[in-house]
Design a protein around this ligand. Structure first.
Ligand SMILES: CSC[C@H]1O[C@H](OP(=O)(O)O)[C@H](O)[C@@H]1O
Length: 374
């Protein structure tokens, strides 16, 4: 390790051990960037709480964690103390349903949570004759498959997205703007939007060109300033943090050649929910004729919702807006409006980028064609 490189950090999430005795280890993102603290989850309550308070966050990471949380919930019900699973398969299936219902209530917007829970339940329903012990092992296999697939999706999204990015004239610096954190901390791999940015930086560096990422701080929880800037600087990507309200001024300078964000749920017509502040960024990108790209795996697409109007938007605690760092910043008596996400209409999105490729100028027909055999 060279002198300048930072100390290695634990992965965003990691299952340690076997199905009967293992635990889900989560990097606690509420403590970053100042502290690297790992949470050891041994119950579905532990995972529910980690998702709810954003110790683990980001649509894909929430989905993967919930899949492991399901295993912990069933094990807790049928083997509360270390030892063989008790009860029959009917008891296993009842515990599985109860744990899934509990975990599904942690956060409402990121569709990966519900997608992962449903996928695990389908996998077990397909093998009704497994004993509780073997069914628990099967559950671990499915959670680990979801984790491995997400890692591969991130890499593919990075390649497809980087292919879209423009090259500035001459030896100009490629400026890329992002919002919130759609990086390795939000996934099981290198991220979605950040996978594109990391790949763009790698290609530019290999070609002797320069890239700079502009990261919105992303109020109120500062995922951009705390998490995106942490990921990028650790990988040597030139990074500039800005107030969300400075994005228009930055775009007016012409230094930004593309905007790339993640998503938490993409509706069937291509409308996309993402961190609050994404929609105005898309409007600004349109105003300044800068392409606005959204990177998301197909596991973030919700074909059951016709448009973004139907996407449930999480309303979070007013204290996140009224306070910061444990101190009250807003005047006493003031109330707060704190939706965690907004919806960007498809007509403001230059392209959706998935692990399967690119959906330019997304429409319901184009999205359906892209997902046809997914
Ligand atoms: C790759 S999904 C990342 C996505 O999730 C974030 O929301 P939160 O931090 O509340 O989980 C944000 O919308 C990111 O774009």
């Amino acid at each position: 390790m060279s002198e300048s490189s930072p100390p290695a950090a634990p992965p965003t999430l990691r299952w340690v051990g076997d199905a009967l005795t293992g635990s889900l280890e989560l990097l606690d993102q509420t403590r970053l960037p100042g502290e690297v603290v790992t949470l050891s989850c041994r119950t579905d309550e532990d995972v529910f709480g980690a998702i709810r308070r954003l110790s683990v966050r980001g649509a894909p990471a929430i989905g993967v964690s919930a899949a492991f949380g399901l295993l912990l919930g069933v094990r807790q019900a049928l083997a509360p103390t270390p030892g063989p699973m008790k009860g029959d398969r009917a008891a296993f299936d009842a515990a599985l349903a109860a744990s899934a219902e509990k975990l599904a209530a942690s956060r409402p917007t990121a569709v990966n949570l519900f997608w992962a829970l449903a996928r695990c339940r389908r996998a077990l329903s397909a093998e009704p004759d497994l004993s509780p012990g073997d069914a628990l092992v099967r559950l671990l296999e499915e959670a680990q498959a979801i984790e491995a697939e997400d890692r591969a999706m991130c890499a593919a999204i990075g390649r497809h997205g980087a292919d879209l990015l423009p090259e500035p004239a001459g030896d100009g610096e490629l400026g890329l703007l992002t919002h919130c954190n759609a990086g390795g901390l939000a996934t099981a791999g290198d991220g979605t939007a950040l996978a594109v940015l990391f790949e763009a930086h790698r290609r530019a560096t290999d070609a002797g060109r320069r890239v700079r990422v502009y990261a919105d701080e992303t109020r109120p929880l500062l995922q951009g300033a705390r998490l995106t800037a942490w990921e990028l600087t650790r990988r040597g990507v030139p990074t500039t943090v800005l107030c969300d309200s400075a994005a228009a001024s930055l775009l007016a300078t012409g230094r930004v050649h593309a905007v790339v964000t993640g998503a938490d749920r993409v509706a069937a017509n291509g409308d996309a929910a993402n961190k609050i502040g994404t929609f105005p960024l898309a409007v600004l990108a349109h105003r300044f004729h800068v392409p606005f790209y959204i990177a998301a795996p197909t596991s973030t697409f919700d074909r059951e919702l016709a448009s973004g109007k139907e996407i449930p938007i999480e309303q979070r605690d007013a204290a996140e807006v009224l306070n910061y760092g444990g101190l009250r910043t807003a005047a006493d008596g003031a109330e707060a409006y704190n939706p965690a996400f907004d919806v960007t209409p498809a007509d403001l999105i230059a392209a959706l980028v998935t692990e399967r490729g690119v959906i330019p100028s997304p429409t319901a027909e184009a999205v359906a064609a892209h997902l046809a055999d997914a």
